[in-house]
Design a protein around this ligand. Sequence first.
Ligand SMILES: [Zn+2]
Length: 380
Amino acid sequence: MTALLLQSMTRHFSLEAKQGHARAGILITRHGTLETPAFMPVATKATAKYVEPRELVEAGTQAVISNAFLLSLKPGHELIKKAGGIHKFMNFDRVIFTDCGGFQMLREGIFVSTKPQGIVFKSPYTGKEALITPEEIMAIQADLGSDVAMVLDYVAPYGATIEQVKEAATISNRWAEWSLHSDAAKKSREEGQLIFAIVHGGIYPEVRKSHAAYLARWNFDGYSIGGLSIGEPPEKMFPALEAALSELPEDKPRYLMGLGSPLEILEAVKRGVDIFDSAYPTQTARHNSLMTRKGIIKISSPKYAEDFSPVDETCDCYACKNFSRAYIHFLSKVNEPAGKQLKSIHNIRFLQKLVSDARRAIIEGSFDEFFESFKASFKS
Ligand SMILES: [Zn+2]
């Protein structure tokens, strides 16, 4: 057994530096390391929209997240296992996280009902209903061969009452234990797959705190924070986040699910979050919103029709190095896929650079100054 593998099984996360609550760390997985703070573009169906794996890598992407539940329906986890696992299937040799599908509870047309033993979903492809249990979702993720697997969770929508949120968090915690102790998870963990729990509790700090404390007692490899960034205002999100973080172990990675806007990412880094994912950069790109050092620009605006400068002159992405605002504006106007590709590459690169700059600042002890200076120039 190599020293690296041994290290990954015994000590898969280490902190390199801390400034206040902000952390710079390294997560070691069986497909390489993730330097944190890190941002993961979403590759829900084993692909990012309009962006190829090699372009993700060129943009500085260390990890992506795919959806285990949706992939189990199509093309099927057995097929992906036959292909040699998700890394080979999609040809991405860096870190891959998989989400369990609990988040699909918020999607009308897919979520049917919950039962004590799991969630009933309707396939968006065939309309067929199926019960997904904690044990099954771990077996699916073991077949996919992702580096980090999520336990099955119960996601309450924003607007749920405190009683509903408490019940959802209690069910999530029970399913987290069942997931962790399933035969599939035990075996895949031995093979190097990391298992993350998901902390719930909605916007209620006291519920977040007690449920995070409960999960912290179990030996998970990391802790996700779910059910935030689903429509609640920042003044409700951040206290709930802080409450969860206060109970999570220092020596385990913390992953805030679904947060992607630059200022909110930095706010969360400041509070001690290590990992992020969001469809934000690619989704907003397709809607012509491009992040620049001076704020967001709407590339479809007529004012860019004859602007031959790059989207962001400080950006080193493929789109900014080779194409003008005028060209990308034109591609957007005629709705060409190449426009969506260039815009997505730029937005992904923007966030990758942001988190790596934040990391460097934490290591150098200048995170607060970095954050202040970013805030002053970035007008969202
Ligand atoms: Zn760029």
